[in-house]
Design a protein around this ligand. Structure first.
Ligand SMILES: [Zn+2]
Ligand SMILES: [Zn+2]
Length: 156
């Protein structure tokens, strides 16, 4: 678990004043893994900062994204998800259960420092895949087997 002191240092390094709500927002992101909604973060920090507003959460998240501490994932098209920036990776959205999974794919543009492509400087790379996750696939398979068994029993 990341310490408050460590978080404060990270924020100061990026030129962000480490107020308590900001530190807590970073901590929630760090403790809960990836792909959190602003709403989830809001509910978490309200537990010990009852006066915190949604605006604080939104503003803090957008400044974290701005300075490169946090990634904003727009894969669902409706609600942004947030995660602490780590090495570049892509995301997979299950259209059935809504789960979001990290996908590590070697993307030549995502390696190392940001590169220039045809003279353009790349600052963000987002790779989104959509489909059916392995758990939902397995469930669908089991259901199909059940149905087939039922059908057999009926015809016998
Ligand atoms: Zn799924
Ligand atoms: Zn991720």
């Amino acid at each position: 678990m990341i310490t408050i002191e460590h978080i404060k240092k990270k924020l100061i390094e990026k030129g962000i004043k480490p107020t308590y709500p900001r530190v807590r927002i970073y901590q929630v992101l760090s403790d809960n893994g990836g792909h959190l909604t602003a709403d989830f973060i809001f509910k978490e920090i309200r537990k010990d900062i009852p006066t915190a507003s949604r605006t604080t959460v939104y503003n803090t998240l957008s400044s974290f994204v701005e300075v490169g501490l946090v990634d904003e994932i727009l894969i669902t098209g409706t609600e942004a998800r947030y995660e602490i920036k780590r090495r570049n990776h892509h995301h997979f959205l299950c259209k059935k259960c809504g789960g979001i999974f990290d996908i590590d794919i070697k993307c030549p543009l995502a390696q190392g420092e940001y590169s220039r492509v045809r003279g353009h400087l790349i600052q963000e790379i987002h790779g989104y895949f959509k489909g059916i996750c392995k758990d939902c696939l397995k469930k669908a398979e089991l259901e199909r087997e059940e149905h087939e068994k039922d059908d057999r029993e009926v015809s016998e």
